[in-house]
Design a protein around this ligand. Structure first.
Ligand SMILES: [Cu+2]
Length: 338
């Protein structure tokens, strides 16, 4: 119950310095309350980044949910739920997309404020890492991952007078549904785009359109992890993922994974090619990557290099990895019989 000052005594019986104390405290409480009010009203939302299968081989490259409605002053905390790293990035309209290791430029850690006027990005965030972003200004803001080009979302920041369509419980349910659907996606009827009998698909997956952008499923596996050929045969690897880069790497992993190793030549159809004479030999495909999607106003990109061929001249067991995703279990083996 609130104390009634009038009942306790009349003001003239209270010494002046007490009066100052009482009114001083009330004044401070009023000021503090006024300053804290927006924070008390501001909501804290939770969202997730990425999802994966138990064997880590299927990675949902997605903001889950990838569309969220909040009020000005609210914050969203994103937590990474997958072994594959991601960034939480808000670029400004018209800004050129920067490389993930440059930031926008620079990085925010722990928390950031985005009002649309200057970009913010986290560094690569690994499993269980978090970042909280506060949105003080109304607007519709695109969310990006600088590591994965087909992984976007939208945050709708509404004026507090506007009703929000969903609560946290709705987003939690949606996160589960979207993650399960993405990870379960299997196109069993999809033909492998291989034209030689000795072919291995490198990865695979698909880009899924949503009302707020795109989610991607990437399979971080070789289609035939163990394949048997004969000495003199040539095996061909094809990256079947339109968005995720992979490599085929035998022996020593080079420092720079982008270019092929010096012993790799280029066939007439643009595929890269190496000859291995012993299981101890090294050969690195370099980045196997489809050309990026076209868009009006962008310069034309050259055709992507998605194929790597290796001719095995001698029998033996030749282990290899994708140098980008071996940590997720993307490894294979070629058994070369006489
Ligand atoms: Cu890979």
């Amino acid at each position: 119950m609130a104390p009634n000052l009038g009942q306790q005594s009349s003001a003239r019986h209270i010494p002046t310095h007490h009066l100052f104390n009482i009114f001083g405290k009330l004044h401070l409480m009023f000021v503090a309350g006024f300053l804290l009010l927006p924070q008390l009203l501001a909501a804290q939302w939770n969202a997730t980044v990425g999802a994966e299968s138990n064997d880590l081989g299927r990675q949902a490259l997605a903001f889950l949910p990838n569309e969220i409605w909040i009020h000005t002053g609210d914050s969203i905390t994103w937590t990474v739920e997958a072994t594959e790293p991601h960034t939480i990035t808000f670029l400004t309209d018209g800004q050129i997309r920067p490389p993930f290791n440059v930031g926008c430029p620079g990085f925010s850690a722990g928390s950031a404020v985005f009002d649309g006027s200057s970009c913010i990005t986290s560094a690569l965030l690994f499993k269980d890492a978090k970042i909280t972003v506060t949105f003080p200004v109304a607007g519709n803001f695109k969310l990006d991952c600088l590591l994965h080009s087909d992984m976007t979302g939208i945050v709708h920041v509404l004026d507090p007078s506007q009703r929000l369509p969903h609560d946290q419980e709705f987003y939690d349910r949606l996160t589960q549904t979207e993650a399960t659907a993405l990870l379960a996606d299997r196109d069993t009827t999809k033909p492998k785009h291989l034209h030689s009998k000795n072919g291995v698909a490198v990865g695979g997956g698909e880009v899924v359109a949503t009302g707020a952008g795109t989610d991607t499923l990437s399979v971080m596996r070789f289609s035939d992890p163990v394949i048997t050929v004969h000495a003199g045969d040539t095996l061909e690897w094809t990256n079947e993922d339109s968005t995720t880069t992979h490599t085929v790497t035998f022996g020593t992993e080079p420092q720079d994974l982008v270019p092929p190793s010096p012993n790799v030549t280029v066939d007439h159809d643009g595929a890269r090619h190496a000859v291995l004479n012993a299981p101890s030999d090294s050969a690195h495909s370099g980045f196997l990557q489809a050309a990026p999607q076209d868009r009006v106003g962008l310069a034309q990109a050259p055709p992507g290099v998605t194929r790597f061929r290796v001719t095995f001249s001698k029998p033996g067991i030749y282990p290899y990895i994708c140098a980008l995703h071996d940590g997720l279990g993307m490894r294979g083996k070629v058994v070369v019989l006489p």
